[in-house]
Write a protein that binds this ligand. Sequence first.
Ligand code: AMP
Length: 500
Amino acid sequence: MFLLDKLEQYAGTDRIALLYQGQAVSYRDLSRQAEAFAAYLLDAFGSDDAPVLIYGHKDLFIPPCMFGAIKAGHSYIPVDTTFPPERVCQILEQAAPCLVVNLSDTELSAAPLIDKNALADILSAYEGRFDGIDRITDDHTVYTLFTSGTTGKPKGVQITAKNIAAFVDGVAPWFDCGLTEGVFLNEISYSFDVSVCALYYALSRGFTLYTVDKQTMNDPKALFVALRESNIDFWVSTPSLAEFCVRSAQFREALLPKAKKFVFCGEVLTKKLAQEMLARFPHAEMINAYGPTEATVLVTAVTINDALCADSRSIPIGYPFSNLRAIIAAPDGTELIDGKEGELLLLGDCVSPGYLRRPDLNERAFFTDTDSGLRGYHTGDLCRRENGLIYYLGRMDGQVKLNGFRVELEDVESNLLRVENIARAAVVPVVEDGKTVALTAFVCLQRADGLSSLARAKKIKTALAAVLPSYMIPRKIVAVDDFPVNTNGKVDKKALSALA
Ligand code: AMP
């Protein structure tokens, strides 16, 4: 398989593939471990190709488990430890994996399950026992990523080998920085698709992934120590991380003297941040890139310069990659001319075959173009094209980006309704400078609870934490007697936003 061949290019070398907390894994060891895990899966599960669910956070065993799973003809589902066990159960129900690898300290009730110690034993017992047979075809699902769903349960986006190959090809001219080796920042948790840049772009180019975990990310002092030590050549992150970093005067060229490229993606890049980054890293290239998980990581990109920052329009999300079609469409699907606002539709090999076991959602979100036969996806993003550049104007639904995390407001609302004594719930984003910075939930209670606002909010947040990842929990929870309604009789979210 194209991808595995690329990843194997350096398997005969001691070049460092992964660096984490002072520990290094060479390309040779990564390949050996992946093959040992593949041999174990073949022995334990034969021709059963059900997915392997991997629960953990930035553990050095995660990449070999991922690559081992695909070598053995399975797919993998990376689930970060920000997902509480109940959310993991919902994923288990939908995905029916043949095996759960639990690399965390949290207990999961799943079977069969192996923990870190059992995995270490397996990797040494099966070393050198892989048969070397390539079991992956272009249409084989490589990974399924679970993202926020409107029903209150996550939905799984399936990505095939062909999808990843299209991403790696499409992004290559944008990511190329003339290096045949170097250090690539690897801070995005593996359950978010931007991490695919590190796993499939950087590792197929022989880079070293300098891995930073969330504990370090949440501690500014530790983060700056790690960044100074990293000496990275290549940075990919959400703008939120860079915004956090620029609060410190240390964050400039002297801290990362080798940094050649900064790629920002996943949410709006503000002009203020773009200008700040251009000033602090005058010798590096700054790129704004855009893409939904359903079209495999990234589909457009543009190099930011002073002229784009000085323009009266927002920073564009870029030019579509050369191996896909991006059209701005009217509600009836007809393509709109330049300058007109409409939904961005994406067509090409990058588009996912669909959500796992969700034909209802697939029918609405995906399509096949009858003329070209290309697979298409409705992004739900309102955009406009001018002189070949696409500008992002906002969402057409209740999806928001919060610190780069994708959140469906209805997902949070559905889970609030499962909390005891909540009769109705409405969640609105708190927007500052055009960016969602937090969520506020308004709730109507079934009966008076006699609690102070603070105690009630705490109780509700604790209940939500059992079912939702921490980044989806509203910062404020406000109890109201009733919701304002608009002329259609629907909850007036604009009025609630004003209150928030
Ligand atoms: P995800 O699937 O989590 O990558 O989220 C995809 C969504 O994030 C897109 O549909 C956009 O709404 C938003 N998004 C991604 N990249 C950008 C960007 N560069 N600028 C603005 N919004 C973005």
